[in-house]
Design a protein around this ligand. Sequence first.
Ligand code: G3P
Ligand code: MG
Length: 238
Amino acid sequence: MPLPKIIAHRGASGHAPENTLAAFAKAAELGAKCVEFDCMLAGDGTLMIHHDESLRRITGAELMVSEATVSKIKALDAGSWYDAEFCHEKVPTFLDTMDILVALGIGANIEIKPAQGQDVATGQAVADQVEKRWPRHLPAPVISSFSEEALKASQERIPQIEHALLWEEIPADWEDRLHGLGATAVHVDSDHLSREQFNALRDSGFPVRVYTVNDPERGRELLDWGVESLITDYPDRF
Ligand code: G3P
Ligand code: MG
């Protein structure tokens, strides 16, 4: 099943603090049917939704996600950095996020974002959660990662779920790498994707989704090429 054309990047992160429940709710309010978010393992093995290895940028705490417990992370304010009105936002767990997706009735692109050295463990943790907990009535998620190791660890556990390899640029050996991993789609930085590269990927049968597209004109052009989805901070622009 193709993903929706518009995927809200870290939730509607142009309108609310990234990777928070407020950003996911805002995405749904703006009409998005799918959100992208980043999954990282906390020190106690809890799967958290957070982009950076450090909690500093989002919460001000000089703490690494991989060294903190869920209770310590949940005590932090993950919204004030964006705007005081979001001061009650927390770094959500994967389970918190599934609950809100169920309430909102929207799907997800789950990005595995391993802390250094945690590629396999993070990929396996995401796959386990998806297998055990993903609500049957939601559209199946698409799992993606820049880490080939993490993607492979997840893909081996739940091959029935779509796995997309993330790239900043399409490498010369893209076809071998995709086939080698069993990846079924490509997520790529829109700034580094040429029409020729897109055509070659499409002709080989790989859906292409692009991040982070915030310019409506560029978005229209990419959709005209045949890109399946735009991953954007501003779902309301499209
Ligand atoms: O999944 C698309 C995009 O989120 C990848 O880059 O750094 O925003 O996680 P990043
Ligand atoms: Mg991401």
